[in-house]
Ligand binder design. Structure first.
Ligand SMILES: C[S@@+](CC[C@H](N)C(=O)[O-])C[C@H]1O[C@@H](n2cnc3c(N)ncnc32)[C@H](O)[C@@H]1O
Length: 250
């Protein structure tokens, strides 16, 4: 199946049902070509707080999963951004088919660039690529058409944290991921501490790797990152964190 044959072609589209906090979404995804919502997407929905009439930015929306979830909550409007045109196409389709097309605005581009300068968010969901290029590609989590977090996994997250300060409304909050073991987490936290007065860790989860996956990452990770992939029971695992950042330092 393909969508929008007369415009952008998105090949090999299938329907994925995903349960997030309070809502079940039916999403068009393209597992071979594009990013597929996963356990991290679900964790974001568990910890992101949306208050009534909040304006939400979903930066790195992929096929729209977290922005659509936020639109199903009490938010006023959601602006969703991704640099991959096919992601944006599916995100728009998915918002419509989940009944929130009216309050879901999709923009194709990098970080905050496609959003009007005067727009401010009460909540920024910053689930952008935060895995280093080597493991991201070798594990098959990122296809060639989806940008990873660069050589050490920090390129997109660090820029997003820095720029988010100018984009939060008073009292607003940013949520961002840190992949300990699969990125240079220390660099991300250094930038986060310089940019925000208050950082609260809201998720701390170990994700197991199969033996084959561990062999793959051990070939492409620098020793400093590989040392942080730890044995948990019988399996090796990497550590996923999500932080809530408030009180931007200008
Ligand atoms: C880990 S995936 C998460 C996607 C989605 N939030 C989900 O849960 O399925 C990271 C997303 O960040 C996007 N991304 C990468 N670089 C970006 C940038 N400069 N600006 C905005 N999004 C970016 C990727 O295209 C990808 O969709």
């Amino acid at each position: 199946m393909s969508l929008q044959e007369d415009r952008v072609l998105v090949e090999n589209v299938v329907l994925q049902q995903i349960k997030l906090k309070k809502h079940t979404l039916d999403l068009f995804v393209s597992p071979c070509n594009l990013f597929i919502p996963n356990a991290v997407s679900r964790l974001f929905s568990k910890v992101v707080r949306i208050d009534e009439d909040d304006t939400v930015f979903d930066i790195g929306t992929g096929t729209g999963v977290l922005g659509i979830w936020a639109a199903l909550e009490d938010s006023e409007i959601v602006f969703a951004v991704d640099p991959v045109e096919e992601h944006c196409e599916l995100a728009m389709q998915n918002a419509q088919s989940n009944g929130v097309g009216e309050k879901f605005v999709v923009r194709c581009g990098s970080l905050f660039e496609p959003l009007a300068d005067n727009l401010r968010a009460d909540v920024i969901i910053g689930d952008v690529s935060g895995i280093a290029d080597g493991p991201g590609k070798a594990l098959g989590w990122y296809s060639d058409s989806v940008p990873t977090g660069g050589g050490d996994g920090t390129e997109v997250v660090v820029e997003m944290i820095d720029k988010s300060r100018q984009r939060l409304a008073k009292g607003g909050r940013l949520y961002f991921p840190v992949a300990v073991g699969l990125s240079n987490d220390e660099r991300v936290m250094e930038v986060a501490r310089a940019c925000y007065g208050n950082l609260k860790q809201v998720v701390d989860v170990w994700f197991p790797l199969s033996e084959e996956e561990y062999d793959i990452v051990s070939c492409c990770l620098p020793q400093s990152m590989l040392d942080k992939v730890r044995r948990k029971g019988s399996r090796m695992a990497w550590n996923g964190h999500i932080f809530e950042a408030t009180q931007p330092i200008m």
